[in-house]
Design a protein around this ligand. Structure first.
Ligand code: ADP
Ligand code: MG
Length: 485
């Protein structure tokens, strides 16, 4: 049996969060009435001139700096010529030969907690096209040009990924970086981030790359993995049956979970790129680049590293908690309030994330604030409440019943009873009420008694409505029962 190696390269399109278009003052707001946000420049009407949006340049450079890329002094916009109804200009303004961001590298975190560097070939600025709406009109296609001229950063990786998990991890790393920088909302469902997946296979050990297929416009982390899995199997089967992979563009269909051919290389467009005569080359001076570098926030890789080194979190916890800036900020506040990183990590990833997932909320929508959760964790750590009662307090805060953990503990009488007199009274009552179990306990082999004590602990905890300190109950019970032997 031949052993195959998979090779993957990604082209990621990120919609930049500028308020206006890349070459015009029209708004980029999502969800407006069709064709209310496309101005003469976006349509390329005769006589208009594009003006480059400085915010788009700044965002592209920030991305470049975040992936340790070279930022060339000069970059140039080119026209990519093709005809399509959603592109009334007849060309897309893009950057072909002199992109704004040169070669760089991203550290991606894999599921086992390890990291792998993936090289970035380059990233370039371009404008988005409009949208064709096929569903809304019977026998016709609608064209909405609101999206025309929206700024995109296209990030092109080297073919450094070797399986679907690595590709998804790369996409997640890009997602973290652009959202940390605040240069994109990263909303994949709204198309703010989408990617083309290039996949090939080659016999293990072969140095040259196999022929690739490019799967266009995959818009979720899961679909990236699915599309790759399908492609790898299709290509290996094809070659093993004596066929050859042809270079082509394919489409992933999530409903059927398969990729289908769109066009082969022979049918590929010749875009006749040439420098856009309407736009000057972009020249960035060193001071401008250094100014942006000085303003970069702490990025996901640095945060992950700090969480491990400074806070002593596991590689896995550090990876999860640093993946989104909002999550990281929430976690750090919980940690500051309760003073314990490990406890804070457990609560954020456990109770809180579980509740968020159940109700399909993101962390910024959490009804329990980081301060509230931090205070709750403190009350477990100082033994005011048991772990079990803490879950009850969390639920109450989640439902808006009380402003703080202390309010809820007070209102619901959840304070742990550590007064041994009160606990002893409850124990005496339980022993008096359970003569049969007490007799069994006394008759049992000594090594079996440890297990049997559980019944009594349960009864006392029940009598205290969960407020008795379980360790204390255990200790006192053992003393009292053993005195009866
Ligand atoms: P093109 O110019 O035709 O778009 P590029 O050389 O720019 O092709 O590559 C586009 C993307 O495809 C890059 O992300 C690159 O890493 C990836 N790629 C190139 N060759 C292969 C291959 N044989 N297998 C997998 N990915 C590849
Ligand atoms: Mg390309």
């Amino acid at each position: 049996m031949m052993q195959w190696e998979t090779v993957i390269g990604l082209e990621v399109h990120v919609q930049l969060a500028t308020r206006s278009k890349i070459f015009s003052g029209a708004s980029t707001a999502f969800g407006a009435e069709p064709n209310t946000q496309a101005c003469a420049v976006d349509l390329g009407l005769p006589g208009v001139l594009p003006v480059l949006n400085e915010a788009a340049v700044s965002m592209a450079v920030q991305f470049g700096l975040a992936v340790h890329a070279q930022i060339p002094e000069v970059s140039v916009f080119d026209r990519k010529n093709y005809f399509y109804p959603d592109l009334p200009k007849g060309y897309q303004t893009s950057q072909m030969y002199h992109p704004i961001v040169g070669p760089g590298e991203v550290e991606v975190s894999l599921e086992d907690g390890s990291t792998k560097p993936i090289r970035i070939h380059h990233a370039h600025l371009e404008e988005d096209a409009g949208k064709s709406l096929h569903e809304d009109f019977h026998g016709m296609t609608g064209i909405d040009l609101n999206r025309a001229g929206t700024p995109l950063l296209e990030i092109v990786s080297e073919p450094d990924m070797r399986n679907a998990k690595e590709a998804a991890a790369f996409l997640k790393a890009i997602h973290s970086i652009v959202t940390y920088l605040g240069i994109s909302n990263g909303n994949m469902a709204e198309g703010s981030m989408r990617c083309d997946v290039n996949v090939s296979v080659r016999p293990q050990g072969q140095a040259s790359l196999g022929t690739r297929a490019e799967v266009k416009n995959v818009n979720s982390f899961r679909f990236v993995e699915r599309a790759i899995a399908f492609e790898v199997e299709r290509q290996i089967e094809l070659i093993e049956d004596g066929g050859k992979v042809i270079q082509e563009t394919r489409l992933y269909d999530p409903e059927r979970d398969e990729t289908r051919s769109m066009r082969t290389k022979e049918e590929a467009n010749d875009y006749r790129y040439f420098p856009c005569p309407d736009l000057l080359p972009v020249v960035l001076d060193q001071a401008y680049v250094e100014h942006l570098r000085g303003q970069l926030p702490e990025l996901p890789a640095a945060k992950r590293e700090r969480f491990e080194r400074e806070l002593g979190l596991s590689a896995y916890d550090a990876g999860v908690l640093s993946a989104s800036r909002d999550m990281a900020e929430y976690f750090e506040e919980v940690k500051t309030v309760c003073g314990d990183a490990k406890q804070a990590a457990n609560w954020v990833q456990g109770e809180l994330s579980g509740a968020l997932n159940r109700e399909n909320l993101v962390i910024t929508q959490s009804p329990v604030s980081a301060r509230q959760l931090g205070e709750l964790v403190s009350r477990v750590m100082d033994d005011t409440i048991s772990g079990k009662a803490a879950k009850q307090v969390f639920q109450a805060l989640w439902n808006g019943q009380g402003h703080s953990a202390d309010d809820v503990i007070e209102a619901q009488g959840l304070k742990q009873v550590t007064d041994s007199g009160a606990i002893e009274a409850m124990i005496d009552q339980v022993i008096a009420d359970s003569p049969a179990q007490v007799a069994q306990y006394c008759d049992a082999e000594p090594e079996k008694r440890g297990k049997m004590i559980g019944y009594f602990v349960g009864q006392v905890m029940k009598a205290s409505r969960g407020t008795a300190n379980p360790q204390q109950v255990n200790g006192l019970l053992k003393e009292k029962l053993d005195a009866l032997l």
